[in-house]
Design a protein around this ligand. Structure first.
Ligand code: S3P
Length: 439
């Protein structure tokens, strides 16, 4: 990650204008992985130029895949075929990316060579047993640091067999790791989910021509398929868009249009919940982009009211809870979040990070093991110093929250924003927020 960065954000707004958003992080990771092991040359348009996805692309290059970057957001991936990767003697550095490490564990578990996956301080604290356990049950040999933490040492040369697996937690990363290992396994790999998660791996395998049957909650991957290079158009990242949606929802007088936002139904729980809270969000010009639903979002400020977040939406908005907590703080009444214990093992413990930050701004928050009760203060909040815990989404949430604060908000340790949303500060300042870096 780049050098330490702190921000000061000030009261601002309204938020006005039109904007696009950076490419989808989940799709960008998967695009360079699958294109790398496909036959032929794939073109990726709209690739996210974030640190997380660039780390994954660098790893694929280290594994012998030529990837050209003729222009920002463009990648030309010269696939080496299913068995064309070669081992890297040096550890493979996933940076801050849980998605990168967990999906690569699946991809590398069935290779003929050994690999070591490492990550930064935050990633080195994140649980990897959730992918190592099912991969081991497929025949992989993996060693971890104590507590099933990174680094992951994957021993090559072990043949894999398919499993029928029901992950104990809702996780697209776990599902995807098993599916990617399943490409190299004997038999049909099945993953069953109680709470369906984002299905980009399934959709992309299909786009590359591998036989896969899927519906919400179940996926079956046939063995012995073939990946054929293709063109991938990466939609705008809904999770990045969510910070801009939040800004327009909470700052009086705002009127914002976001173009080309990915609206995969397993990502858009925040729209459902904000709408329940009274938000004014229009979905316009719905269209398909390379098999993914996208649309433009029109957001106008409207008063919000607290709600009980329906648990059925939790996995469809798992990355959007930092934004939801700020919306809840702007609402009249109490918002209750439950069934979201996964938030405690993201880039930071997001329940604790959001609760701590909001309390510092004068908002009443009661934490529970799997959620929180947030009592809104629609009149606005006090200034504060917030520790973002080097978590990109915590930093961006409080940068937006500051627009309603009565004094400046200092946000510490914000460099991780570049992992998912490079150019965030310039973009939000252009729309009306007041965010500056502390020198
Ligand atoms: C992701 C899945 C989610 C999400 C992450 C991206 C993916 O993680 O939080 O940002 O691309 O598969 P989990 O699988 O841990 O829920």
């Amino acid at each position: 990650m780049s050098a330490r960065l702190d921000w000061t954000a000030r009261a601002a707004g309204p938020v006005h204008g039109e904007s696009g958003v950076p490419g989808d992080k989940s799709v960008s990771h998967r695009a360079v992985m699958l294109a790398g092991i496909a036959e032929g040359i794939s073109h990726v348009h709209g690739f996210l130029e974030g640190e997380d996805t660039r780390a994954t692309a660098s790893i694929m290059q280290r594994l012998g895949v030529r990837i050209d970057a003729p222009a920002p957001g463009e990648r030309i991936v010269h696939g080496v075929g299913m068995h064309g990767l070669r081992g890297s003697p040096a550890p493979l550095d996933c940076g801050n990316a849980g998605t990168g490490m967990r999906l690569l564990a699946g991809l590398l578990a069935g290779q003929a060579f050994d690999s070591t996956l490492i990550g930064d301080a935050s990633l080195s604290r994140r649980p990897m047993g959730r992918v190592c356990d099912p991969l081991r049950s497929m025949g992989a040999r993996i060693e971890t640091a104590p507590g099933a933490l990174p680094p992951l040492h994957l021993h090559g040369g072990h043949s894999l067999h398919a499993v029928d697996y029901a992950p104990p937690m809702a996780s697209a990363q776990v599902k995807s790791a098993v599916l990617l290992a399943g490409l190299y396994a004997k038999g049909t790999t099945v993953v069953r989910e109680v709470h369906p998660t984002r299905d980009y791996t399934e959709r992309m395998l299909e786009a590359f021509g591998w036989p896969v049957r899927y519906a919400p909650g179940q996926v079956e991957l046939a063995p012995g398929g073939h990946l054929q290079a293709c063109e991938i158009e990466v939609p705008g990242d809904f999770s990045s868009a969510s910070f801009l949606v939040l800004a327009a929802c909470i700052v009086p007088g705002s009127d914002l249009v976001l173009r080309g936002v990915g609206l995969n139904p397993r990502r858009t729980g925040l729209i459902e919940v904000l709408t329940l809270m009274g938000a004014d969000i229009r979905i316009e010009h719905r269209r398909q982009m390379a098999g993914e639903p996208i649309a433009d979002l029109g957001i106008r400020h409207a008063p919000l009211r607290g709600v009980d977040v329906p648990e059925c939406h939790v996995s469809d908005m798992i990355d959007e809870f930092p934004a939801l907590f700020i919306a809840a703080a702007a609402a009249e009444g109490t918002t209750r979040v439950r069934g979201a214990a996964e938030l405690r093992v993201k880039e930071s413990d997001r329940i604790a990070a959001m609760a701590g930050g909001l309390r510092a701004m004068g908002v009443e928050v009661h934490e529970t093991p799997d959620g929180a009760d947030i009592t809104g203060r629609p009149g606005g909040w006090s200034g504060a110093t917030i520790d973002s815990r080097a978590d990109h989404r915590i930093a961006m949430s409080f940068a937006v929250a500051a627009s309603r604060a009565s004094a400046p908000v200092h946000i510490l340790d914000c460099a991780a924003v570049d992992t998912s949303f490079p150019g965030f500060a310039d973009l939000v300042n252009g729309l009306g927020l007041k965010l500056s870096r502390d020198d």
